[in-house]
Design a protein around this ligand. Sequence first.
Ligand code: NAP
Length: 303
Amino acid sequence: MPDLPMPAIDSGHVFFFGLGYTAFRLARRMRDAGWRVSGTVRSAEKASALEAAEGFAVHVFDGTAPIAATEPFAGVTHLVDTIPPRDIVVPALERHRGDLRACSSLRWVGYLSTPAVYGDRQGGVVTEDEPPTPGSRRGALRAEAERAWLDAFSGSGVAVQVFRIAGIYGPGGGRNALEQLKAGKARIVDKPGQVFNRIHVDDIGSILLASMARPRDGGIYNVADTEACPPGDPIVFAAGLLGIDPPTPVPFDSAELSEMARSFYSECKRLDTTRLSEELGVTLTYPTYREGLRAIAAGGLSV
Ligand SMILES: NC(=O)c1ccc[n+]([C@@H]2O[C@H](COP(=O)([O-])OP(=O)(O)OC[C@H]3O[C@@H](n4cnc5c(N)ncnc54)[C@H](OP(=O)(O)O)[C@@H]3O)[C@@H](O)[C@H]2O)c1
């Protein structure tokens, strides 16, 4: 595995609303660099397991009630929200807006959003300066959540950033085409002209760290690799790495897709990521799925 960048930032105390796939990998990286790590998950079992195995302070939070601990944000300097909007658009703000505004140590907030806020751009290139034009309920909720975070600390010294993240892949958890092929779960949905960007989970971590080193209140960043491509390309490439045949493409119109997947395939855009390099100084470790999948294959598969 390549060495991952760790910008020179004074280590502090990072709090993750939602210690899921992306947050967990960044949390480990920050802990190993000397940070205190706290966060939330939805079940007491997962919280205890994470505390025991990783040394994080983990609270149970499912959005229906505030975190039970007194002062869960004491000393928190950086906050990352990874919880997707559902019935409650931003559970963290719904339950803890006052606590977070009163947290005098807090200086940086990052909200993980999605390019669904742009709606369908018929394959066009989209930059962060274009206003959100969501075409789905999913996108509309995300745009609302972004606005809520961007407005939450106005008039304070806290810098709030929004990250619009492409399709996440990476090692473990069935989150890559290699594991999906081995598990017999890889599918190629054929929709002519359809392309989308992806991003390796550890490049997301590097981008968040780069933003922590260069905060900009109100900063919005497309978080994506350098190659928007058809959905099947990484699967064909992964099959080549495994020395097996890729699955036969299924036409979009006859593919059995979840509501979420159908909404995803109904939109097509290419994400401009100039801001990542020019403003944050980021060089992706995995500029395309090829570098990412090769590294995952070299690291061994957890299936
Ligand atoms: N997957 C993609 O390709 C993709 C692309 C763009 C953006 N995103 C978004 O980027 C973010 C990070 O993605 P990820 O794949 O790392 O997410 P993930 O693994 O699904 O983690 C989400 C975290 O949020 C927690 N959570 C979910 N619903 C919650 C609720 N209602 N109340 C409280 N906590 C809740 C989960 O708790 P538990 O740990 O208990 O499960 C988990 O810790 C998510 O918002 C995701 O929607 C994902």
